[in-house]
Design a binder for this molecule. Structure first.
Ligand code: HPA
Length: 274
């Protein structure tokens, strides 16, 4: 079985399971939760070709299941939990579900994540809509022979984030009085939190935020011409910018707190989308 065949088969499997056309997909990062009306669930372990089933890379804060249902009249699939590169998964495995979303015929993908802020105009609890990214990891899901059925060999990254989705997020944020910042995300391999010197280096490079996920999926989405937008939740200030030490429990607590605003923002945005 090739990567492509596994993607198409998984897309068909999930579409058959839900039995209804799905409009949009949302990836939820560490600690972030979202409930749906008429919710239906499918655990990743029940998806025969899901790459994460090969090894247990479970991270606390991730439920590891798909949930399906309605928000604002749209059918939505939520991916609760994702595979991370730092867990030892290959970039292609990390990107697998993004291609599945594309081949299910879904119109767009919203990705959320927990991150640290380097830009001191941001504070803990803020939501940042990504405008650009810097990959600090020397690997990505497009390395190797290109499968033209997934996308073209050389991918343009002038606007990695879909303008229509971003515009609607900004309009909704204004309407709901939620501050939505704009920034550049630095993708760090982890799983250790960055050193002070690394953060200073990333700041000089132009990173406003730093985190350990999302960019492989964004690259795959651009490869597959799947509209994508990212909402990064600032769960802490980056190393050396905050005085206290990092801990994952704090990340989860803050993410949970941000979930309420995130839900308002996504609900209002989905209402506006075609
Ligand atoms: N660094 C990297 N990843 C993160 C952080 C951070 O400070 N906070 C949440 N995820």
């Amino acid at each position: 079985m090739t990567y492509y065949n596994n993607i198409v088969e998984t897309a068909d499997f999930i579409n058959n399971f839900y039995g209804e056309k799905i409009d949009y997909a949302v990836v939820l990062g560490s600690g972030i939760t979202l409930e749906l009306e008429d919710q239906k669930e499918l655990h990743y372990s029940e998806i025969p070709l899901f790459p994460g089933n090969k090894k247990d890379g479970h991270v606390k804060g991730h439920a590891n299941k798909l949930t399906f249902g309605r928000i604002s009249g749209k059918t939505v699939m939520i991916l609760n939990g994702r595979l991370h590169y730092y867990e030892g998964h290959s970039m292609k495995d990390v990107a697998f579900m993004t291609y599945v979303v594309k081949f299910m015929g879904i119109k767009g993908l919203f990705i959320t994540n927990a991150c640290g802020a380097i830009n001191t105009n941001f504070s803990e609890g803020d939501i940042v809509c990504l405008d650009d990214f810097i990959s600090l990891v020397s690997d990505n899901p497009l390395i190797g022979p290109n499968d033209d059925r997934l996308g073209q060999r050389f991918v343009d990254m002038t606007t990695p984030f879909n303008e229509y989705l971003v515009e609607n997020l900004n309009t909704s944020a204004k309407e709901k009085n939620i501050t939505l910042h704009k920034g550049t995300y630095g993708f760090f391999m982890g799983p250790y939190f960055e050193t002070r010197a690394e953060i200073q280096a990333f700041k000089t490079m132009g990173c406003d935020l730093v985190g350990m996920s999302t960019v492989p999926e964004v690259i795959a989405a651009n490869h597959a011409s799947l509209p994508v937008a990212v909402l990064s939740c600032v769960t802490n200030m980056a190393t050396g910018i905050q005085e206290r030490k990092h801990d994952h429990e704090h990340v989860l607590e803050t993410a949970k707190f941000i979930s309420a605003n995130l839900k308002t923002l996504l609900t209002s945005t989905l209402e506006k989308l075609k």
